[in-house]
Each structure stands twice: as structure tokens, then as C-alpha cells.
Design a protein. Structure first.
Ligand SMILES: Nc1ncnc2c1ncn2[C@@H]1O[C@H](COP(=O)(O)OP(=O)(O)OP(=O)(O)O)[C@@H](O)[C@H]1O
Length: 259
């Protein structure tokens, strides 16, 4: 059985101020296996975030349904961990308290939740920063904290919407390695939206390409590169061939979106 079933899910946003309704997403279907790492690529405005937000329960679908472990998704829940591009930490809480936040909501006793949060801080490389506040952290460190906060809850699926989009290239590359390392060790089910083709191939086990708005899935490409994947894999002929193929797929869609 698939971990996540996206069954003919579509979205039309209602008209605003006398305008036309906006179809953001054509009915879209996708099955995500347990422990899969799926990256979603597509031109701006094709509905990637909308699809992720529907899975997260932050937006309702106009048609179709989402099943997580066979149960229909209706609204947000702790079984889905979300990380956004913009920094969303609580400024009045330390790194450790931020990571422990969801566990507090779940009623996990304080000693246990602080231990889990510290363990996750170590796993994302923030062991020396547990008592820092978000404003004392770089963007990369804030996103490490946000990823740890999402994972500390032990969600069934991790939903990441351009999590590294605001970071500089060097930091972004380190964050990709950190996330991939966590996935290689802990085998989480992940859906990851990105604009970056290289990033999509490097971290993903499948790359799903969406068409221009209104989006639908136009390609679903298995990434059979071995694990563990060192960053040097990005210069291998296999990686470069995948990149060339995806550049062509995306280019056609970007042109269609902005003729
Ligand atoms: N609340 C809303 N009301 C009306 N239209 C919306 C709303 N949210 C998104 N849209 C429209 O739906 C389409 C898809 O948006 P979405 O943010 O899902 O695309 P995206 O692929 O994630 O884009 P980007 O890569 O730029 O983040 C866009 O045309 C957008 O303007």
C-alpha cells in the first residue's frame, strides 16, 4: 500500500473582485511509497505549493482526495511535518524549545521532549546552538531548526516547500547534504518542492515534473543514483545526463508559462 495517495486532486481558486476563477492545479494523481524521497519541479505558478498545502491540510482540494496511510486527509495534523521557504521559528523560543514545540502540543513530558529536541539539534548540526534564539542564527541555521522541529514530531511524511530557496549557494549545498544524510539514516517519506534541478536530482529518489499552469504531472523520473551520495556525484556522467534531460523538460514548461 502507498504511504500517500494523491487521487485526482485539483484546485480552482474562486474569482476575486469580479475576475475569473483561477485553476491552479489540474486533477493530479501520484502514489508515494513509504520512505520515498520525491522532489517536485515545475515553472513558477504551476501549483506546486498548492498541491503541497492541500496535502498538509492548509488548503482544501476542489476535487479528488488525499489518503495518508489509507485515511483521508481533512485539515492540518501532526502526522505531516511542514517546512516553508520563509523562516517560521518562534522568535521568543530557543532552538531547543522551537524543536520541542510540537512535542509540547502533543503532551510529551518536559524532560522527554527536551531530550528529543536536543537529539534532533545534534542531528541537524546545531548542538552548540540549543540555547540560541532565532535572531542569533543564520538563515541556514534557522532552516536546520525548522527541519528538526518538523522531524522531532516523527511525522508520517515530511513536506518541504522550497526550504533552501532563500539561502546562498554554499549554504544550500550543505543543507542538501544534511537533509540527504538524515534521509539515508532514518528513511523518512519526503515530498520536496524546488525550482533547482540539481537539488531535485541530488536529494531525490524520484523527480516529478509539473507542467505550466494549470499544473499536472508531465514526467516522473526515477533517480537511480547510489546511496550514500557524496556531493561529488554532481559531476558524474549519470548525474549530468539526468540534469540535461530535466533541463529540457523544464525549459519547455517555462516557455509555455511565459511565451
Ligand atoms: N489563495 C489564492 N487565491 C487565488 N489564486 C491563488 C491563490 N494561491 C495561489 N494562487 C494561484 O494559483 C497558481 C499556483 O500557485 P502556487 O503557489 O501553487 O504555484 P507554485 O508552482 O508553487 O509557484 P512558485 O514556484 O512561484 O512558488 C498561481 O497562479 C497562483 O497565483
Amino acid at each position: 500500500m502507498s504511504k500517500l495517495v494523491i487521487d485526482k486532486v485539483g484546485k480552482v481558486f474562486p474569482a476575486q473582485r469580479g475576475g475569473e476563477p483561477t485553476r491552479a492545479l489540474m486533477p493530479t494523481s501520484l502514489n508515494v511509497a513509504d520512505n520515498d524521497f520525491i522532489t517536485i519541479l515545475g515553472p513558477s505558478g504551476c501549483g506546486k505549493s498548492t498541491l503541497l498545502r492541500i496535502i498538509g491540510g492548509l488548503e482544501t482540494a476542489s476535487e479528488g482526495r488525499i489518503l495518508l496511510d489509507g485515511a483521508p486527509v481533512a485539515g492540518p495534523g501532526a502526522d505531516r511535518g511542514f517546512v516553508f521557504q520563509s523562516y517560521t521559528l518562534f522568535p521568543w523560543l530557543t532552538v531547543q524549545q522551537n524543536i520541542a514545540f510540537g512535542l509540547r502540543e502533543k503532551g510529551v513530558p518536559v524532560a522527554e521532549r527536551m531530550k528529543i529536541a536536543r537529539d534532533w539539534a545534534v542531528r541537524v548540526g546545531l548542538s552548540s546552538f540549543v540555547d540560541h534564539f532565532p535572531k542569533q542564527l543564520s538563515g541556514g541555521m534557522q532552516q536546520r531548526t525548522a527541519i528538526a522541529r518538523a522531524l522531532a514530531n516523527d511525522p508520517k511524511i515530511l513536506l518541504l516547500d522550497e526550504p533552501f530557496g532563500a539561502l546562498d549557494n554554499q549554504t544550500r549545498a550543505l543543507m542538501q547534504e544534511m537533509l540527504l544524510g538524515i534521509w539515508e539514516r532514518e528513511r523518512k517519506t519526503v515530498l520536496f518542492v524546488t525550482h533547482d534541478i540539481e537539488e531535485a536530482i541530488f536529494v531525490g529518489s524520484r523527480v516529478v515534473v509539473m507542467s505550466a499552469r494549470p499544473g499536472r504531472i508531465k514526467a516522473d523520473i526515477a533517480i537511480d543514483l547510489p546511496h550514500p551520495r557524496p556531493y561529488t556525484i554532481k559531476t558524474t556522467p549519470e548525474f549530468v545526463a539526468l540534469k540535461e534531460r530535466l533541463v529540457e523538460e523544464i525549459r519547455a514548461e517555462v516557455i509555455a508559462a511565459d511565451p
